[in-house]
Design a protein around this ligand. Structure first.
Ligand SMILES: C[S@@+](CC[C@H](N)C(=O)[O-])C[C@H]1O[C@@H](n2cnc3c(N)ncnc32)[C@H](O)[C@@H]1O
Length: 209
């Protein structure tokens, strides 16, 4: 938890309390339904919470922004971002029901009112968003295909509407056809070794009305 306070210094009491509660909620629910590996649960804040919040180091979502988290699994990056941005709305989607059960329990346990969850493949979601966030779900060509038509027309944030994807390693090949993509190194923001190779990829996408 100290890690979160180290990198996010303006949190309210309510946000601090919610981030603190994550540990017990995930420990409890992960015993019943395994969505996070045992090793990772011991390092929940380093590997999941702080990683998810890496997106907030790249763009500060304006109030009223709508964000879709594709393949949220146990709620990452959606839940930490929803705590950080209580005035933005988050739609967390996953095609596996038991994972969303954990997400729903965590959302209820925290009393988060800005999170909606849907059990479906993302292709079935019929809505538009300022940003589509994700981690560890699909390679970029597949992902862009899935989310086509889900980007809002009006830009209200400093970054253009589009995808914000948490990725690792060498992305040269995967992103060679995406000339408009910008890669942000999380090691520029976080000093922990875990972040040496971690990145946020921003890919602006056009509204297709
Ligand atoms: C490796 S997990 C990553 C979970 C989470 N994003 C994280 O980083 O901890 C990938 C998740 O994507 C989901 N998924 C894969 N394809 C999907 C699709 N087309 N629509 C919705 N969810 C999908 C899977 O069910 C799985 O929960």
């Amino acid at each position: 938890m100290d890690l979160i306070l180290k990198y996010f210094t303006n949190l309210t009491e309510d946000q601090i309390s919610k981030f603190q509660q994550l540990e017990a909620l995930y420990q409890d629910w992960n015993l019943k339904i395994n969505v996070v590996s045992r090793k990772d649960i011991d390092e929940l804040y380093l590997r999941h919470v702080l990683h998810s919040l890496g997106i907030a180091k790249v763009v500060e979502f304006k109030d009223g922004s709508k964000i879709l988290d594709v393949g949220t699994g146990g709620g990452f990056p959606g839940i930490p971002l929803a705590i950080l941005y209580p005035n933005c709305s988050f739609h967390l989607v996953d095609s596996i029901a038991k994972k969303l059960k954990v997400v729903d329990e965590v959302v209820e346990g925290l009393g988060l009112t800005n999170v909606k969850t849907t059990h479906s493949r993302v292709e079935e979601i019929n809505d538009t968003f300022d940003f589509i966030v994700s981690r560890a779900v699909a390679i970029m060509p597949t992902f862009t295909h899935w989310v086509k038509g889900k980007i809002a027309k009006e830009q209200k944030n400093d970054l253009k509407n589009g995808i914000l994807y948490l990725k690792g390693g060498d992305l040269t090949e995967e992103l060679q056809d995406y000339k408009t993509a910008t890669i942000y190194n999380l090691s520029d923001f976080y000093s922990e070794e875990f972040y040496e190779t971690k990145k946020v990829v921003h890919l602006p996408l056009k509204y297709r009305g």
